[in-house]
Write a protein that binds this ligand. Sequence first.
Ligand code: TYM
Length: 327
Amino acid sequence: KKIVYSGIQPSGSLTIGNYIGALKNFIGLQDEYNCLYCIVDLHAITAPQEPKDLRKNTLDVLALYLACGLDPEKSIIYIQSHVPEHAELAWVLNTYTSYGQLGRMTQFKEKSQKSKEVLAGIFNYPVLMAADILLYGTHLVPVGEDQRQHIELTRDIAERFNRRYSDTFEVPDILAPKVGARIMSLQDPAHKMSKSDENSDGFILILDSEKDTEKKIKRAVTDSLGTFAYSDDQPGLKNLIDIYCAFSTLSADEVVAKYEGQGYGAFKSDLAQVVNDGLRPIRERFKTIRDDKAYLESVYTEGAARASRMAQKMLRKVYKKVGFIPR
Ligand code: TYM
């Protein structure tokens, strides 16, 4: 069986962008592949985190994983900092990654432009991500479009290492969803939906109330053209249609056919209902799972044990190739 690997940062509450671009697609892969799903707390601290919030958010993401249908019987579900090999492999991979390459990462450029002090951690972030992926012999990485460049860098690092020594790492492929790989802000369709947006009308959280979900959709920016079309000239509407498709079985064309000739209002109320219907079972399950501390602990403990066995094997192999003396 091929190996699937992905992770989500516990740096806040997850949005429907995270859900549509990544989390939703994790579920179906579980039967066909050996999947590892990580909560990447080492990545989260590349932005300042309040310790108690980080602890809460880490367990929230874990409970959301489970509420969405990740199954610890099928997949390895664990917390990144529980498996020290991630940081250890990242150090080695740093020596196969160029400064220039990291400086060209668009996510680094965006984040470093916004902050007055640029931390080394944010610069090295993609190397740690490469370590996550390469540590497990990963074939496929289900992520949103914004991670494509990081996956390409990961491939590059793997190939460079393999050339220098011998075949060690699997060279992974990205697995981005056909619809919804880049969900945009509801307030500004030129920017991606992000949990760090200061305007909370720009995003819908998976755990938002049904009322808030409806409110935010009603307030979503569209256009004054008034025609119902799936077009780059109407990026706000296009984004809403993408969201509709992600929560229904309809294609964009079918959604257009359904609402053609109507105003945006009717579409927006239906969209709110489709999104709330889709998220309702997750929102309900979340509460019960999140309260069950013992269960959560058993899931991440077991997950870390299973991930560790794989990670240790790979790190040993890497250390040997590099020329470190085994203990
Ligand atoms: P993170 O935590 O920012 O986002 C988690 C996942 O959600 C996707 N995503 C989106 N998809 C569509 N539209 C959006 N607006 C949107 N916003 C976020 C992201 O593409 C991602 O798949 N670097 C990663 C975490 C990571 C990782 C890894 C992923 C660390 N190590 C190894 C895969 C494999 C990140 O910051 O995701």
